[in-house]
Ligand binder design. Structure first.
Ligand SMILES: [Zn+2]
Ligand SMILES: [Zn+2]
Length: 605
């Protein structure tokens, strides 16, 4: 690929486009025209402007709001009289290509806010943008006749924007406010080269096929019912089996690491949420109710339950660390517009744990959690990255404790040879944290687990332990979830494996297809033997023809299908179709049991 200069980085790591660099005389660290994160950010944002330019030419009356870069590429929100549908995207793309051929440079000039307010006086959307930015100098980018208010950064010229695709049209409330007008939003994606764009589009196609909402209903894992309420999943038998298997594997994994299972109530008096600070800071996302004329809150987190259990008996330094875990059901209000299959729901279950320890123990505990995360992610074939978020400007807790905790997190990752990024100042006000981002089979990144050090709740709830010198000290709490939630993790797993779950969690691990009714009894016998071993099977003996039943079984994406006829019953043997290995072979009943039990054990963490 050409190594052309696209922009620069200043000493603080900010992207400075060539237009601005010229003004400021910056020329040190170069961003090349390639597919690096910085380069793509500039390319995608500039492509959003190119799209706006094309829309303006096609729809004279169009007005533009904002066009940021997002995880899936870029978008631009705008107002237009006509209704724009997916069919119009081609036309807009064509216009964009025409514009590139005009070889416009992208020029930048500046004006005061007062001048900008005058310039855009009859464009209420641009005035809305201006009202959101501080009274400093305003920059305008110009390409050909098209001018747009923007703080940049932009590519130097339109010729850098050849490899793009507009992906979808949506509606978006002005400024995300549900009470405001609905604007049109077009999403797109762009890369430095054609090959990367092609690969990405292929990935999007594959992702559509794997959409967990589609597979979830095809494989009968879960469903939603608007009549019952949006964002509230129903787990169907196969989904519940899948989930129970993951729960079981993780339960044992926690016990091996000396966590104790606990369980707190689903609702707690509002006073508890006042004490925790959730009422003030998180109240609008909580569901509240009333019992005996007293206000209660349905829990959005499980922390308080574990805190109250910790407080049940006096603790000494010898008792620490105390590690509690719970598959905690929580409710959080999400706006209806953001609900998305199992990925964004209003009720979900966290694989939640709280570690109560001394500040000196933070590092060792985090090392253990990181090891735990690693084991879980490897088990499910995920790569992952970690990010440490440090002390923000507004924070509680002593500097020395922050220092100890933050260093503890970094050391824990370094000692495990885990590369991590640092989000300077990105921690919560109550403590530093590690976020785990996993990468699925399609290369998409998902935020899942988190390890969060907390100095705040122990203080608010007056937690203490008797230290070695007999004084009373305050423990630190570590909140941690590895999957995040079962709902979200299963959504990701479903897409990651395209529904072909590994044997040890497959909802149905083997399907028996008896040739005739004479063979059903043996299938039932096998099914019960397998249940005793924790292995789930189904028998396809309904009225359909044998071929149809085999076809239905194959479609279920199960690891094994076994056909049972006279020979099998007589010899107590099984004819296996191994769907994953794409092989067929015969096993004796004993061989089958040994094989399946062995494969189940591969799920150990
Ligand atoms: Zn811009
Ligand atoms: Zn917590």
């Amino acid at each position: 690929m050409e190594q052309e200069v696209l922009a620069y980085l200043d000493v603080d790591g900010n992207i400075i486009d060539t237009q601005t660099a010229e003004q400021r005389g910056i020329s040190n660290e170069v961003i090349h025209f390639d597919n690096s994160d910085n380069s793509l950010e500039i390319i995608r944002h500039s492509t959003a402007h190119l799209m706006a330019q094309a829309i303006k030419e096609l729809y004279n009356n169009s007005q533009f709001f904002v066009g940021p870069v997002v995880d899936e590429g870029f978008y631009y929100d705008f107002r237009v009289d006509e209704k724009i549908s997916e069919d119009d995207l081609k036309r807009i793309e064509k216009k964009m290509k025409e514009l590139i051929k005009k070889k416009h440079k992208i020029e930048k000039y500046e004006m005061t806010k007062a001048e900008a307010l005058e310039k855009f006086a009859d464009d209420d959307l641009k005035l809305a943008v201006l009202s959101r930015i501080p009274d400093e100098s305003i920059s305008i980018y110009k390409q050909g006749e098209f001018e747009d208010l923007c703080r940049g950064p932009h590519v130097p010229a339109l010729r850098f924007l050849h490899n793009f695709k507009l992906t979808r049209v949506a509606g978006a409330y002005l400024g995300g406010d549900e009470n405001s007008e609905m604007l049109t939003r077009i999403y797109g994606i762009a890369f430095a080269d054609k090959e990367s764009l092609k690969e990405h589009l292929k990935m999007i196609e594959e992702a559509k096929k794997r959409d967990h909402r589609k597979l979830g209903s095809e494989l009968e894992l879960f469903t939603f019912d608007e009549e019952s309420g949006a964002g509230l999943p129903f787990w169907m038998p196969k989904g519940a089996r899948l989930r129970a298997k993951i729960e079981d594997i993780l339960f044992k994994a926690h016990r091996k690491r000396e966590y104790e299972p606990v369980r707190g109530p689903e609702i707690l008096k509002a006073q508890m949420w006042h004490t925790s600070g959730h009422y003030a800071c998180y109240g609008e996302n909580m569901y509240l109710t009333e019992i005996d004329e007293q206000e209660y809150g349905i829990k959005p987190m499980n922390c308080i339950g574990h805190i109250q259990i910790f407080k049940q008996s006096g603790k000494s330094y010898r008792d620490l660390p105390v590690k509690y875990f719970e598959y905690g059901v929580v409710h959080r209000h999400e706006k209806s517009g953001v609900l998305h299959g199992l990925l964004r729901v209003r009720e979900f279950t966290q694989d939640d744990a709280h570690i109560f320890c001394t500040p000196e123990q933070i590092k060792a505990e985090v090392i253990e959690v990181v090891e735990f995360v690693d084991a879980v992610m490897k088990k499910f074939d995920f790569n992952y990255t970690m990010e440490v978020s440090t002390k923000p400007e507004k924070a509680i807790g002593e500097d020395a404790v922050w220092e100890l905790a933050t260093q503890g997190l970094k050391d824990a990752l370094n000692e495990n040879n885990i590369a991590f990024k640092i989000d300077e100042g990105g921690g919560a006000f109550y403590g530093p944290k590690i976020d785990v981002k996993i990468t699925d089979a399609l290369g998409r990144k998902w935020q899942c687990g988190t390890i969060q050090v907390d100095f705040n709740l122990p203080e608010r709830f007056g937690l203490e332990y008797v230290a070695e010198d007999n004084t009373r000290k305050q423990p630190v709490m570590i909140h941690r979830a590895i999957l995040g939630s079962f709902e979200r993790f299963i959504a990701i797993l479903t897409e990651h494996y395209a529904g072909e779950f590994p044997f040890f969690i497959a909802p149905t691990q083997i399907i028996f297809v008896p040739i005739s009714t004479d063979h059903v009894a043996y299938a039932k016998e096998l099914k019960n033997l397998l249940i005793d071993e924790g292995i789930d099977s189904e028998i396809y003996d309904k009225n359909d023809s044998l071929n149809k039943r085999i076809r239905l079984a194959e479609k279920q994406r199960v690891p094994y299908v076994a056909i049972i006829g006279d020979e099998e019953v007589k010899n107590r043997a099984i004819a296996i179709r191994d769907r994953r290995a794409k092989e067929q072979y015969n096993l004796t009943q004993d061989e089958l049991m040994v094989k399946l039990i062995q494969q189940l054990k591969e799920g150990k963490i």
